[in-house]
Ligand binder design. Structure first.
Ligand code: HEC
Ligand code: HEC
Length: 309
């Protein structure tokens, strides 16, 4: 232990420099494979700086040369920019084989009339598969993935009953502009006995065996300016699509869960609640959130869900 390690004679070559008398510098050249790999990364970096976005300059950065990417922006216009991962991804999504096929087909469907789409099994199959995804993303949170809705909150789109009309034109207008389903509250207007009478009359319209005298009193309110129900629901009580007013003569209920009640008293109670509280619920407008082609696909899809009209 009397000798320090550094003073041992060494087999390694030194550079010939010495500090503090005996501190020497070894001359260990890097392995050549390492050195060449290092030079290669330097060359790669310089090439990369030239061709790809690389160096920050003030508030911008070098864009690189000869790396243009062309893709379609959200309005369907061709757009060319320097290379960047976002545009590269968009281009790949748009130019993949299936993407090109479905875009061409989408153009075909967008150009076709509703009559042509509805009469063409191939276009209908395409529409179903495309629209199912759009519906799932945008509509299912409220209407449910099968379109069955939630009674009282969101109407059932899978039945054959429409508040705002079930033709393709009506459905398209509903999707583009949205709707406010509004019925005033009558809880302050009528007393409990009167609400009872009106509910009895409403139930009689869909074939329920209610107290005849009560129903007559209710009818007098419904069909006159006292209640004014007929303004929106019509004298026949079949509803008015310009108001989105429900048909009260069928067995289909959108707000009052009549079919869910165990007995006639329960049904009457549920109808009474709706008359007393009124209705206010909104279907949002989609024309600024979905493209015309997407609205068209959805229109056909919803039309078919509900058996069309
Ligand atoms: C201003 C128009 C308007 C008036 C007036 C009006 N309603 Fe309505 N009513 C509606 C609309 C619209 C709906 C459907 C709400 C929705 O879902 O968009 C509705 C729904 C109902 C429902 C629920 C139907 C269902 O399927 O669940 C009942 C019951 C009803 N109205 C009864 C009446 C009675 C009784 C009166 C009179 C006292 C009346 N309404 C007056 C517009 C009106
Ligand atoms: C935020 C919840 C919500 C979303 C999301 C929504 N809706 Fe609605 N939708 C409603 C409500 C509430 C009504 C009922 C309006 C009324 O009472 O008149 C409605 C009504 C409708 C109607 C009219 C039904 C009839 O009987 O006339 C159609 C069709 C419809 N929605 C389709 C769609 C489609 C397609 C989408 C997706 C693009 C969608 N909705 C997204 C809440 C929603």
């Amino acid at each position: 232990m009397s000798q320090t390690k550094s003073s041992k004679p060494s087999a390694v070559q030194t550079t010939g420099h010495a500090w503090d008398g005996d501190i020497q510098e070894f001359n260990n050249p890097l392995p050549s494979w390492w050195l060449w790999a290092f030079y290669a990364t330097v060359v790669f970096a310089v090439v990369y700086w030239v061709f790809y976005p690389a160096w920050p300059i003030a508030s911008s950065y070098t864009k690189g040369v000869m790396n243009d990417i062309t893709f379609l922006d959200s309005n369907g216009n061709r757009k060319t920019t320097h290379w960047n991962t976002r545009s590269a991804l968009l281009r790949d999504l748009q130019e993949g084989k299936t993407a090109v096929l479905s875009r061409d087909y989408l153009d075909k469907v967008a150009a076709a009339s509703y009559m042509e789409i509805l009469g063409d099994p191939e276009m209908m199959a395409f529409t179903r598969s495309m629209a199912k995804g759009i519906f799932g993303d945008n509509c299912a949170p409220c209407h449910g993935s099968g379109g069955a809705g939630v009674i009282g909150l969101f109407p059932n789109l899978a039945d054959d009953d429409w508040l705002w009309g079930g033709s393709v034109e009506d459905i398209q207008a509903t999707l583009e502009n949205g709707h406010l389903g509004f019925m005033p509250a009558f809880g302050e207007v009528f007393d409990d006995a009167q609400l009872d009478d009106i509910a009895s009359y409403v139930l009689s319209l869909s074939g329920h065996a209610v107290d005849a005298a009560a129903s007559e009193r209710g009818k007098a309110i419904f069909q006159t300016n006292e209640g004014g129900c007929y303004y929106c629901h019509t004298h026949e009580a079949t509803g008015l699509k310009s108001q989105g007013a429900a048909n009260l003569t069928d067995q289909i209920w959108t707000i009052a869960d009549v079919n869910g009640a165990a007995d006639l008293e329960g049904k009457k109670e549920r109808v009474k609640q709706v008359i007393a509280n009124g209705v206010q619920r909104r279907m949002p407008a989609w024309s600024d959130r979905l493209s015309a082609a997407q609205i068209k696909l959805l229109t056909v899809y919803v039309h078919e869900l509900g058996g069309g009209q």
